[in-house]
Design a binder for this molecule. Structure first.
Ligand code: NAP
Length: 252
């Protein structure tokens, strides 16, 4: 139990499923205590079960934390609760994200705003409240989950692309502000990863997509988790302000 208290603590947003769950699992396997953030009521049980499983399988402390990352005050309360429980947050993985796709000419303002508020505003809110703890500790690892769509753009996703491109600018700026304080800030830009977010693609579309991926296959959540685990680790102390593509060599 003594070791548990000494563990580094990681907060992973949107971690009840998909890429976030894979990241939480990989970090737990690496010995991190993990906070599994989730939002909707429907994901509460999944978050709790994942937390219990990670404690059982890896002997690490875990905590499930319900919170809408788009809500500044709610994030403040979540961070306070984590501080109360663990006293620290060493790693922040801003993974929570949504899509509300549609063509520009038909896109409603709330379609645009909800995606920006969650994907970009959510990362800001978490960084805003977590960074003071990291500055005090003179240590931190922040990993923002962007997307190849934020780098290359994608028809039907101006809202999503804007949020993910915004995350890259935010990552590089925060890296410059925080570098001298022992805090690294990097982005991971996944390509096409098989999760609920991409489940709607039919076989023809997914076949066409695969033909544009050098690796010849779609990605798995674990592929992203491996990259995040590197950036979240002590060994990545001189890697900051980077955008690491995890996309199998996709060309969009
Ligand atoms: P997913 O399975 O849909 O998971 C997204 C997670 O985000 C859900 O667990 C959801 O939790 C959470 N979330 C949504 N809104 C939230 C909010 N306001 N507050 C807190 N949590 C919230 O999608 P995924 O594919 O794993 O995506 C994870 C991240 O990777 C996203 O940022 C996505 O944009 C990015 N990404 C994915 C791909 C891909 O191909 N899959 C590619 C590039 C980038 P609730 O269910 O509780 O709402």
């Amino acid at each position: 139990m003594g070791d548990m208290i000494e563990s580094r603590v990681a907060l992973v947003t949107g971690a009840a499923q998909g890429i976030g769950a894979a990241v939480a699992t990989r970090l737990a396997a690496n010995g991190f205590a993990v906070v599994i953030n989730h939002h909707s009521a429907s994901s509460e049980e999944r978050a709790r079960e994942l937390a219990e499983m990670l404690t059982r399988d890896h002997g690490v402390e875990t905590m499930a934390a319900q919170c809408d990352v788009a809500d500044f005050e709610a994030v403040k309360e979540m961070v306070a609760a984590i501080k109360e429980r663990f006293g620290r947050i060493d790693v922040l993985v801003n993974n929570a994200g949504i899509t509300r796709d549609g063509l520009l000419m038909r896109m409603k303002d709330d379609q645009f705003e909800s995606v920006i508020d969650t994907n970009l505003g959510g990362a800001f809110n978490c960084m805003r409240h977590v960074v003071p703890l990291m500055v005090k500790a003179r240590y931190g690892r922040i990993v923002n989950i962007s997307s190849v769509v934020g780098v290359y753009g994608n028809a039907g996703q101006v809202n999503y692309a804007a949020s993910k491109a915004g995350l890259i600018g935010m990552t590089k700026s925060a890296a410059k502000e925080l570098g001298a304080r022992g805090i690294t800030v990097n982005a991971v830009a996944p390509g096409f990863i098989e999760t609920a977010m991409t489940a709607e693609l039919d076989e023809t579309a997914s076949g066409a997509l695969t033909s544009r991926i050098a690796a010849g296959r779609l990605g798995a959540p674990e592929d992203v988790a491996n990259a995040v685990a590197f950036l979240a680790g002590d060994e990545a102390s001189y890697v900051t302000a980077q955008v690491l593509g995890v996309d199998g060599g996709i060309s969009l």
